[in-house]
Design a protein around this ligand. Structure first.
Ligand code: GAP
Length: 458
């Protein structure tokens, strides 16, 4: 049942221009997806929702847009060049690579990121009989080795052998940590305060999978909040509460969301929770909220030789700020939103599929239809209504193709909340019908009230 839902969602996303597989005409490119005309609208709406809540509505948070490329020293100081890795083995028969920790967890053996290459290799040996290659069913694998996920590039490296690699950022937050001092020096921000950023991140994921869930190129929305050491946990609880409410305000059903506490914390972390969403295969991580202590700034103090401590202007105390983090992926949230909105029902005796998106997130806010496309007076009036509406509520679409029923179904499937039809009565009395996506109910309203009516529901 659940895989069936996943297939339907993937198919709808492709068919209606939300998400396309990357480089499709060349046979595809794993771990990357392209967002089509409707996908980019939904994605932008999700990012705008996040930015509004995480920056514009907060006096204590500012935004940032740091480079995708940064000094490779940053990734050394943060520990990524050494230990940002996943355990990998390769099927000797068909060369398919597997992520060993994921395969072990499927047979009930749980590991964490602290486990050594040798320890996980031993666990894999012990459980080898239970593990099969997903591609060919083979059970003969190479030795387990840890594979670093940072994506290397030759930007600024003219050695041909790529011996001085730079990295595409593996997470956006490092750009925030290294700009902490710049923000303190160039703004009036005083602790506690946060810096937020949305941007691309890249990871050499061994087995990108489950549609938009695990990609090699994706976008993150991260907010790092800098606190006094003794304020970290109070702020952490506030951030957890704030993010939970923000996620609910997107219209996700509460029964499809839950908190998951991390059992195995990295040594510097005080607490870590994920917000999980009930994806078609079950609950899985959507975003993380972590209390990271003073690890990040301390490491960048040692790595850069700069003093990144903060002096409290009231008490003159000097300390390295602690950090709490909220970190989510745009594509994972996008996927959760589509899964949650995907609905099937029967309307007027006909089966239909519709996306029950919150109106303000819908890629198209309203569709305008002339009842008949071969009546110039209806088409001209519909054009006027379209121009008027599109001036105030963007984006609006115009559709005169096929019968009205078909046009409704097309808009339902992409989540357009309102369809406005111009008919012969419109020519006589300047009224239109507005049809509601979820109920199918139609209401006759004056054109002069249309903008206000639709705006009030967005
Ligand atoms: N700065 C902390 C950090 O990056 P993470 O748990 O590795 O933590 C945070 O990633 C979020 O980024 C995840 O909750 C997820 O939403 C998203 N994310 C991580 N890896 C991803 C991938 N390969 N594909 C899509 N989204 C990913």
């Amino acid at each position: 049942m659940q895989n069936e839902k996943l297939e339907k969602i993937v198919s709808l996303c492709k068919r209606r221009g939300f998400v396309y597989p990357s480089s499709e005409i060349y046979g595809g490119f794993a771990g990357v997806y392209d967002f089509g005309p409707l996908g980019v609208e939904l994605e932008n709406n999700l990012k705008a929702h996040w930015w509004k809540r995480m920056v514009h509505k907060r006096r204590d948070i500012v935004g940032l847009d740091s480079g995708i490329f940064m000094s490779p020293k940053i990734w050394e100081a943060s520990g990524h060049t050494k230990s940002f890795s996943d355990p990998m083995a390769e099927c000797k028969k068909c060369n398919t690579r597997i992520r060993v920790d994921k395969f072990l967890s499927e047979v009930g053996v749980f590991t964490d990121e602290k486990i050594s290459e040798e320890e996980i290799g031993n666990l894999f040996e012990k459980n080898r009989k239970k593990i099969k290659c997903l591609n060919c069913g083979g059970q003969n694998f190479t030795k387990v080795r840890k594979f670093n996920l940072l994506v290397k590039s030759n930007l600024g490296d003219f050695t041909e052998s790529n011996s001085v690699p730079t990295y595409l950022r593996g997470e956006t937050c490092q750009g925030i940590y290294v700009n902490f001092k710049n923000v303190v020096d160039s703004t009036h921000m005083k602790l506690p305060f946060g810096i937020a950023q949305i941007g691309k991140a890249f990871r050499n994921e061994i087995s990108p999978r489950q549609f938009l869930f695990r990609l090699r190129e994706f976008e993150q929305m991260e907010m790092e909040y800098f606190t006094r050491p003794d304020g970290e946990m109070t702020e952490y609880e506030k951030l957890k509460d704030y993010r939970w409410k923000a996620v609910l305000s997107l219209g996700l059903k509460e029964e499809n969301l839950r908190w998951k506490k991390h059992d195995n914390l990295v040594f510097y972390a005080k607490e870590a929770y994920d917000i999980e969403y009930n994806f078609p295969w079950g609950f899985d991580e959507m975003e993380g909220i972590h209390a990271r202590g003073d690890y990040d700034l301390t490491e960048h103090c040692s790595g850069s030789g700069q003093d990144l401590s903060y002096q409290d202007p009231l008490t003159n105390e000097k300390f390295v700020p602690h950090i709490i983090e909220s970190s989510g992926g745009v594509s994972r949230l996008f996927f959760a939103i589509i899964c949650d909105a995907y609905s099937e029902d029967e309307l007027g005796g006909e089966k239909r599929v519709y996306l029950k998106l919150k109106p303000d997130l819908a890629p198209i806010k309203a569709a305008v239809f002339p009842l008949l496309k071969n009546r110039p007076e209806l088409v001209a009036k519909a054009g006027e209504v379209f121009d008027m509406l599109n001036e105030e509520v963007q984006p609006v679409t115009f559709d005169d193709n096929g019968n009205i029923g078909k046009r409704y179904r097309r808009q339902d499937e992409i989540g357009t909340p309102f369809c406005v039809t111009i008919d012969f009565d419109t020519l006589a009395d300047n009224t239109v019908t507005v049809r509601d996506r979820d109920t199918g109910r139609q209401e006759r309203i004056k054109i002069s009230e249309l903008v206000a009516q639709i705006k009030s529901k967005l």
